[in-house]
Design a protein around this ligand. Structure first.
Ligand SMILES: Nc1ncnc2c1ncn2[C@@H]1O[C@H](COP(=O)(O)OP(=O)(O)O)[C@@H](O)[C@H]1O
Ligand SMILES: [Mg+2]
Length: 317
């Protein structure tokens, strides 16, 4: 995982809709009857393409080179190990021929993201608990698929989790220090990062025994819910790895995740290491700073609770 700013291709929503028409014609033989912008973040833009026949697909454009192969590889790998639907990939297309960004086409998952399904927030506790039960079981099935080595799914090379994670965490800290000096990262954030780094050996004192396959970005935004608020799929892996399985749990507490008891349900069912809560705070904060380094966009509603949580967890050691 390179800790540096990612160059993004100048590609907006309007271009994505136009390109989706062309790409769909290329792969499905016909211009779609309707295209719809579905959403996107710093690096991806998803467009739904629909035909009157009822056929549809989602085309996801990637605004940076070098993401296509991994995203497609990880979707296919995770799909084989997940009991909840993960979209099948129909095709992958490098940029060129009038399309400025790499893209891939995939199966449409019914419904919408749990993050934007406001009815989900109002569901009773029993329902939300069931939801957590299903999601955590599925995630655990993914985690049960283990590798010999730790690291990126496409090239796992490390014998030990910390051989992989410590250099990464240090690079993030160094990049954060440079941002602080440049006046682009607050004193509060860099101070708490230094306090956490000083406790690294305690937080990570328990050896991670198994190199578990992880989704890498399973927050509520990447869980889809369909009719009757039934879970319809899991999408959008990012930084999938063979890793400490607890690395997959910090995303559960981001955004509205806590309302669904996801992290606590996973831990109740499958156990946790001694310093799990400190590790999750560390993983969460470091990941968010890493995202900021790569995208240049600091998302306050995610970053601020992570900073507070790191402080709180450090006080408990
Ligand atoms: N296969 C799919 N089926 C239906 N909707 C999808 C699919 N993939 C993405 N989306 C929609 O597009 C949005 C953005 O896609 P996502 O892959 O999560 O991109 P990002 O990397 O920007 O988070 C999702 O929140 C979801 O609403
Ligand atoms: Mg997403």
């Amino acid at each position: 995982m390179k800790v540096e700013k990612i160059e993004v291709i100048d590609f907006d929503k309007k271009s994505a809709l136009q390109c989706a028409l062309k790409v769909a014609k290329e792969y499905f033989g016909k211009t779609p009857d309707r295209v719809k912008y579905l959403g996107g973040g710093s690096f991806g833009i998803a467009v739904g393409v629909h035909y009157k026949s009822g056929r549809s697909a989602v085309i996801k454009f990637l605004r940076s080179d070098g993401m296509l192969e991994k995203e497609v590889h990880d979707l296919k790998l995770l799909k084989r190990h997940c009991p909840i639907k993960i979209p099948s990939v129909f095709f992958a297309r490098k940029r060129g021929g009038g399309i400025p960004a790499d893209c891939y086409g995939m199966e449409t998952i019914e419904g919408k993201s749990c993050l934007f399904s406001f009815g989900m927030l109002l569901k009773g506790k029993r329902y939300r608990q069931q939801f957590a039960d299903q999601i955590t079981s599925a995630l655990h099935s993914i985690h049960e698929y283990t590798g010999e080595k730790f690291g990126d799914t496409m090239s796992p090379e490390c014998d030990d989790w910390l051989d992989f994670y410590r250099p990464f965490a240090l690079s993030v800290l160094k990049a954060a220090e440079r941002l602080y000096v440049a006046g682009r990262l607050s004193r509060t954030i860099i101070d708490v990062m230094h306090s956490a780094w000083a406790k690294f050996d305690v937080i990570f004192s328990e050896k991670v025994e198994r190199a578990c396959l992880i989704h890498g970005d399973l927050n509520v935004g990447n869980i889809m819910v369909g009719k009757g608020y039934k879970i319809s799929g899991i999408i959008d892996p990012l930084n999938s790895m063979y890793a400490d399985r607890e690395y997959d749990l910090f995303q559960f507490d981001n955004l509205t995740g806590k309302r669904f008891f996801l992290r606590e349900t996973y831990i109740k069912k499958y156990g946790a290491s001694r310093y799990c809560m400190q590790k999750l705070a560390f993983y969460g904060l470091w990941n968010e700073v890493y995202c900021y380094i790569r995208s240049g966009v600091l998302v306050g509603i995610i970053m601020n609770p992570l900073v507070k949580n790191m402080k709180r967890q450090l006080e408990k050691i």
